[in-house]
Ligand binder design. Sequence first.
Ligand code: FAD
Ligand code: NAD
Length: 483
Amino acid sequence: IKMGILMANSYDLIVIGGGPGGYAAAIKAAQLGMSVACIEKRVGKKGPALGGTCLNVGCIPSKALLDSSHKYTEAQHDFATHGIGVEKVSFDLVKMMDRKDKIVTQLTGGIEQLFKANGVTWLQGHGKLLAGKKVQVKDTDGNEKTYDAKNVILASGSEPIDIPVAPQDGTHIVSSTGALEFSEVPKRLGVIGAGIIGLELGSVWSRLGAQVTVIEAQEALLPMVDGQVRKEVQKLLKKQNLTIHLGAKVSKAKVDGDVVKVAYTDAKGEQTAEFDKLIVAVGRKVNTDNLFGEGLELTMAERGMVQVDESCRTSIDGVYAIGDLVRGPWLAHKATEEGIVAVEVIAGHKAAMNYDAIPSVIYIHPEVAWVGLTEEAAKENGYDVKTGSFSFAANGRALAANDSNGSVKVVSDVKTDRILGVHIVGPQASEIIMQAVIAIEFAASTEDLQLVCFGHPSLSESLHEAVLAVDNKAIHAAPKRKR
Ligand code: FAD
Ligand code: NAD
């Protein structure tokens, strides 16, 4: 009993935040024999929920709706090409949303089961780091309890940015969270921000019939994407029913009855637009509300992030920070990897992140995916680069699937032949990119991948041909230089 009391008040590791960073860290620590508690305050539709932004209101529900809406589009427009006739294609939004919610519940419940199976204690409530590696938890009834921790991982994640010119009312003007919950398809949907969320959620509602207008402040769309691939993405987006205004700054958005009136300025001057719903998707900010007690010597970084070293150590010995709370891409798998690395370091193991091998994916159709350096960034970094591309239009599997838009581009170093980056727009780019991630993680040369036997017919053969094209050796494309 004494041990039990001791265990309940002190842990080898306390993790604040149960998202993909925090929950993975907690499970990993339990695997390594530590006593672990994870503090998570989120209350989802079915009660308290683990899984963070990603499982509850991010990656998973958005992909559920992207998949449903894509199937609807295929049934409407692509089945006929295959010779399949359907009388009248329709959808039931309530069922579609219900399916999404069930997937969320299944996955968040799954994390709870994994916690139980691994002996991780879930402390429900708000966690606060106090001086001396103490952590205070306040539950929903307001009860407070303080625990001792040998180590703490801060994994409180991020939340949508609010902009004063477009105050959210939760009904007409919403964040990404609200945009996953519309009870009917808005006839006219406005989106502020043509970032990843704007394009993904804009695509969902556009496919379901909304007239979507995206208002983006920057002159260039997706500046982080390789220039050649970006041009292709822009062309493909143009064919879809998304209207994108670039270089357009919103000056005011207000709800008037059931309409959202938006004023913005672009190259042509003052403009106005009316929408039934408006999504604000202008980025995210760290979630550090009431996270820190008095007297902590915690060094902060830009944009409210916690300063960490390459192993996610903060300025306080034994306190780590991971995921959307720290530098690097704000992606679920990056948060998870950092959680694992931090726990390995706590356990005294050698562990390090490789930030050069983190894939990024935009789940529009066709998907956009990349890893490593763009051609532009490689040149800026002083590399002498050689590149190769291959179009899905010459890929048998893509043609068989009637899904042959896009291409694969490989960027390599002339001096060492090492692959520096791979950039894809095309069918299942999110899956194909993982082969490039493995290649880059293993420091593969262009020749290494050229010598691999790829299965036929497969979409991945486009990666093989692109890597062959780097040295002008593609089999199924005319040579870049005449022989
Ligand atoms: P989070 O997932 O934000 O989890 C932090 C958790 O901590 C939250 O549940 C919060 O309730 C809890 N918390 C915060 N403060 C406290 C406190 N003081 N006490 C207790 N609990 C606290 N990324 C991808 O890689 N792929 C995608 O396809 C993708 N799609 C996305 C789609 C949308 C619409 C959004 C919004 C995001 C998407 N992301 C995607 C980003 C991804 O969700 C985040 O990068 C990821 O969730 C970050 O993980 P995290 O563990 O750092 O934080
Ligand atoms: P983002 O940073 O990707 O894009 C925000 C966009 O809004 C930018 O293009 C920016 O120029 C624009 N913008 C900012 N202020 C504006 C204003 N006042 N008016 C008009 N435009 C403005 O952010 P996001 O789309 O909100 O997504 C947030 C983060 O969530 C992403 O960066 C990513 O880390 C994560 N996410 C990832 C995925 C994925 O991996 N598939 C999907 C969704 C979200």
